[in-house]
Design a protein around this ligand. Structure first.
Ligand code: BTN
Length: 263
């Protein structure tokens, strides 16, 4: 594990509107894995930020390129009553929180690609990975990880045509990663408290940020089922993507089972 940066953690802590203990690490394999292991030790309401990850994780077993210059943050939250619907709202809520925070702290407007990509100019700016575990107190908690290419200046060949960063989009001066982290935490905690209270209006905001609706998409099932094309129609209140298949049937896509590629 890399160095623990207390001064940075204190700075972020001071900007918070909600109670969370902050840890800033120079390097870690994955902030999600790290935070999941802390939950196993009974430490809750934390946010872990790393300057770089050596084994950043994406959805469906993919990796997430995580060099210096990006924001890699994981936050934990209780899943009340082990409610799967609540868990499934966490990815849209984190997406909306990240998009709003980027807009507030940099003035750059980004979109979201169902279910977990943050998009800028048709390229991937970042992503979200929600995982969960049962904690020693018997409560299931989620770890929501958000990765954003903030000041990253280059990408490996395999992803360079599909990936972008805030700095590549608007060169000139680097962006303040810790300020962005604080705004994301505040925004995420705000949406989570609304969802706790039964207010799922965050889905409205998610819909309005989605670049996927109305587009032809390739549906890629996580099992070995064949891919197919469809038109994305809408998102349901639990975050499923509703698509119109070429044979005229409608399907609700569950994020745990498929990913999509916009055409
Ligand atoms: C994806 O694009 O499929 C999701 C990427 C999620 C990346 C973030 S970075 C912080 C947290 N730690 C990880 O290992 N992954 C998430």
């Amino acid at each position: 594990m890399g160095l623990y940066n207390k001064a940075e953690a204190d700075m972020i802590q001071e900007m918070l509107q909600s109670k969370r203990s902050i840890e800033v690490l120079s390097e870690i394999d994955s902030t999600n894995t790290y935070l999941l292991s802390h939950l196993k030790n009974g430490h809750y309401r934390r946010a872990v930020i790393a300057h770089r990850q050596t084994g950043g994780k994406g959805r469906l077993g993919r990796s997430f390129y995580s060099p210096e210059g990006g924001l890699y943050i994981s936050l934990d939250t209780e899943i009340p009553g082990d409610d799967e619907k609540f868990f499934r709202l966490l990815t849209p809520a984190a997406g909306v929180a990240a998009a709003r925070a980027i807009s507030v702290s940099t003035g750059i407007d980004v979109g979201l690609k169902w279910v977990n990509d943050i998009e800028l100019g048709g390229k991937k700016l970042g992503g979200i990975l929600a995982q969960s575990t049962v904690c020693p107190d018997g409560v299931r908690r989620a770890v929501v990880g958000i990765g954003i290419n903030v000041n990253v200046t280059s990408f490996p060949d395999e992803i360079s045509s599909r990936a972008t960063s805030l700095l590549l989009h608007r060169p000139g001066g680097t962006f303040n990663i810790n300020e962005l982290a604080a705004v994301i935490i505040n925004s995420f905690d705000h949406y989570i408290s609304l969802i706790y209270a039964g207010d799922v209006s965050v889905i409205e905001s998610y819909r309005s940020l989605l670049t996927t609706i109305g587009r032809t998409v390739t549906v890629i099932p996580a099992n070995d089922a064949p891919r197919y094309t469809a038109t994305a129609l809408d998102v349901s209140d639990d975050g499923s993507l509703i698509v119109l298949c070429d044979d005229g049937s409608r399907r609700m896509l569950d994020s745990g089972e498929v990913s999509i590629r916009a055409k």
